[in-house]
Design a protein around this ligand. Structure first.
Ligand code: INI
Length: 156
Protein backbone atom coordinates (compact mmCIF):
# COMPACT_ATOMS: atom_id res chain seq x y z
CA UNK A 1 0.00 0.00 0.00
CA UNK A 2 1.42 3.43 -0.88
CA UNK A 3 2.39 5.50 2.08
CA UNK A 4 0.76 8.78 3.11
CA UNK A 5 2.46 11.91 1.78
CA UNK A 6 3.32 14.34 4.51
CA UNK A 7 4.35 17.88 3.72
CA UNK A 8 5.86 19.85 6.55
CA UNK A 9 8.21 22.76 6.94
CA UNK A 10 11.79 22.42 8.11
CA UNK A 11 12.69 25.15 10.57
CA UNK A 12 15.73 26.37 8.68
CA UNK A 13 15.76 30.06 7.77
CA UNK A 14 19.02 29.97 5.78
CA UNK A 15 18.69 32.03 2.59
CA UNK A 16 15.29 33.50 3.48
CA UNK A 17 14.54 37.21 3.84
CA UNK A 18 12.21 38.55 6.50
CA UNK A 19 10.71 41.97 7.07
CA UNK A 20 9.61 42.78 10.61
CA UNK A 21 7.02 45.55 10.85
CA UNK A 22 7.00 46.91 14.39
CA UNK A 23 4.96 49.69 15.99
CA UNK A 24 6.37 52.56 18.01
CA UNK A 25 3.17 52.59 20.04
CA UNK A 26 3.85 50.62 23.25
CA UNK A 27 7.46 50.28 22.11
CA UNK A 28 8.71 49.05 25.48
CA UNK A 29 6.57 45.93 24.90
CA UNK A 30 7.06 45.74 21.14
CA UNK A 31 10.87 45.92 21.43
CA UNK A 32 10.76 42.64 23.36
CA UNK A 33 8.71 41.04 20.61
CA UNK A 34 11.22 42.30 18.02
CA UNK A 35 14.12 40.97 20.08
CA UNK A 36 12.43 37.58 20.37
CA UNK A 37 11.68 37.37 16.64
CA UNK A 38 15.21 38.37 15.59
CA UNK A 39 16.77 35.96 18.07
CA UNK A 40 14.58 33.11 16.80
CA UNK A 41 15.40 33.76 13.13
CA UNK A 42 19.15 34.07 13.74
CA UNK A 43 19.17 30.89 15.84
CA UNK A 44 17.52 29.17 12.88
CA UNK A 45 20.32 30.20 10.49
CA UNK A 46 18.92 33.43 9.09
CA UNK A 47 21.65 35.93 8.15
CA UNK A 48 21.28 39.17 10.10
CA UNK A 49 21.50 41.15 6.83
CA UNK A 50 18.43 39.26 5.58
CA UNK A 51 16.29 40.78 8.34
CA UNK A 52 14.82 44.26 7.81
CA UNK A 53 12.96 46.09 10.57
CA UNK A 54 10.38 48.70 9.54
CA UNK A 55 9.16 50.98 12.33
CA UNK A 56 5.63 52.37 12.01
CA UNK A 57 3.44 54.54 14.27
CA UNK A 58 0.73 52.13 15.43
CA UNK A 59 -1.16 48.94 14.73
CA UNK A 60 -3.69 50.73 12.55
CA UNK A 61 -0.91 51.48 10.03
CA UNK A 62 0.22 47.84 9.82
CA UNK A 63 -1.93 46.69 6.89
CA UNK A 64 -1.01 49.44 4.45
CA UNK A 65 2.70 49.15 5.23
CA UNK A 66 2.64 45.36 4.97
CA UNK A 67 0.74 45.66 1.70
CA UNK A 68 3.50 47.83 0.21
CA UNK A 69 6.17 45.39 1.43
CA UNK A 70 4.30 42.40 0.03
CA UNK A 71 3.76 44.19 -3.31
CA UNK A 72 7.50 44.84 -3.68
CA UNK A 73 8.12 41.13 -3.14
CA UNK A 74 11.65 41.55 -1.83
CA UNK A 75 11.19 39.29 1.18
CA UNK A 76 9.81 35.81 1.79
CA UNK A 77 7.65 36.70 4.78
CA UNK A 78 6.52 39.56 6.98
CA UNK A 79 6.32 39.51 10.76
CA UNK A 80 3.92 42.13 12.16
CA UNK A 81 4.65 43.03 15.78
CA UNK A 82 2.67 45.38 17.97
CA UNK A 83 0.54 45.71 21.07
CA UNK A 84 -2.99 47.04 21.41
CA UNK A 85 -3.93 47.40 25.06
CA UNK A 86 -7.61 47.86 25.87
CA UNK A 87 -7.05 49.83 29.04
CA UNK A 88 -5.22 52.56 27.21
CA UNK A 89 -7.74 53.39 24.50
CA UNK A 90 -11.45 53.69 23.90
CA UNK A 91 -10.87 52.75 20.26
CA UNK A 92 -9.18 49.44 21.08
CA UNK A 93 -11.70 47.42 19.08
CA UNK A 94 -11.35 49.52 15.93
CA UNK A 95 -7.57 49.43 15.99
CA UNK A 96 -7.32 45.72 16.83
CA UNK A 97 -10.01 44.63 14.35
CA UNK A 98 -8.77 46.70 11.44
CA UNK A 99 -5.18 45.61 11.98
CA UNK A 100 -6.00 41.91 12.17
CA UNK A 101 -8.44 41.95 9.22
CA UNK A 102 -6.02 43.99 7.14
CA UNK A 103 -3.07 41.71 7.82
CA UNK A 104 -5.07 38.62 6.85
CA UNK A 105 -6.13 40.35 3.64
CA UNK A 106 -2.55 41.30 2.72
CA UNK A 107 -1.36 37.76 3.35
CA UNK A 108 -4.06 36.23 1.16
CA UNK A 109 -3.96 38.73 -1.66
CA UNK A 110 -0.17 38.53 -2.00
CA UNK A 111 0.32 34.86 -1.15
CA UNK A 112 2.85 35.87 1.45
CA UNK A 113 2.96 34.60 5.04
CA UNK A 114 2.35 37.42 7.50
CA UNK A 115 3.12 36.50 11.10
CA UNK A 116 0.48 37.86 13.44
CA UNK A 117 2.47 39.10 16.40
CA UNK A 118 -0.01 41.74 17.46
CA UNK A 119 -0.81 41.48 21.15
CA UNK A 120 -4.41 42.40 21.97
CA UNK A 121 -4.76 42.48 25.72
CA UNK A 122 -7.01 43.96 28.38
CA UNK A 123 -4.15 45.49 30.32
CA UNK A 124 -0.43 46.12 30.48
CA UNK A 125 0.23 43.15 32.74
CA UNK A 126 -1.16 40.71 30.16
CA UNK A 127 0.97 42.36 27.46
CA UNK A 128 4.13 41.98 29.58
CA UNK A 129 3.27 38.32 30.17
CA UNK A 130 3.16 37.72 26.40
CA UNK A 131 6.32 39.68 25.64
CA UNK A 132 8.90 37.35 27.09
CA UNK A 133 7.70 36.40 30.56
CA UNK A 134 4.96 34.09 31.94
CA UNK A 135 3.11 33.46 28.70
CA UNK A 136 6.10 33.22 26.36
CA UNK A 137 6.97 35.67 23.62
CA UNK A 138 4.51 36.27 20.78
CA UNK A 139 7.31 37.69 18.63
CA UNK A 140 9.09 34.33 18.78
CA UNK A 141 5.84 32.52 17.99
CA UNK A 142 5.10 34.76 15.00
CA UNK A 143 8.63 34.24 13.61
CA UNK A 144 8.39 30.47 14.09
CA UNK A 145 4.99 30.36 12.39
CA UNK A 146 6.08 32.27 9.27
CA UNK A 147 9.29 30.28 8.91
CA UNK A 148 7.35 27.02 9.01
CA UNK A 149 4.70 28.40 6.65
CA UNK A 150 7.25 29.61 4.07
CA UNK A 151 8.89 26.18 4.07
CA UNK A 152 5.52 24.45 3.69
CA UNK A 153 4.42 26.78 0.87
CA UNK A 154 7.63 26.10 -1.06
CA UNK A 155 6.51 22.50 -1.39
CA UNK A 156 2.90 23.08 -2.47
N1 INI B 1 -1.85 51.76 18.38
C1 INI B 1 -1.27 50.64 18.86
O1 INI B 1 -0.44 50.02 18.18
N2 INI B 1 -1.60 50.17 20.10
C2 INI B 1 -2.53 50.82 20.88
O2 INI B 1 -2.79 50.34 22.03
C3 INI B 1 -3.13 51.99 20.39
N3 INI B 1 -4.04 52.73 21.21
O3 INI B 1 -4.10 52.48 22.40
O4 INI B 1 -4.73 53.62 20.73
C4 INI B 1 -2.78 52.46 19.10
N4 INI B 1 -3.33 53.55 18.58
C5 INI B 1 -2.77 54.26 17.47
C6 INI B 1 -3.27 53.75 16.14
O5 INI B 1 -2.71 52.48 15.84
C7 INI B 1 -2.85 54.71 15.02
O6 INI B 1 -1.45 54.79 14.97
C8 INI B 1 -3.41 56.11 15.22
O7 INI B 1 -4.81 56.05 15.44
C9 INI B 1 -3.13 56.99 13.99
O8 INI B 1 -3.67 56.43 12.82
Amino acid sequence: MPDINIIEGKLNAAGLKFTIVATRFNDFIVDRLVGGAVDYLVRHNCNREDITIVRIPGAFEMPVVCQKIAERGQCDAIIALGAVIRGSTPHFDFVANEASKGLAQVSLSHNMPVGFGLLTTDNLEQAIERAGSKAGNKGVEAAAAVLETVRVMEQL
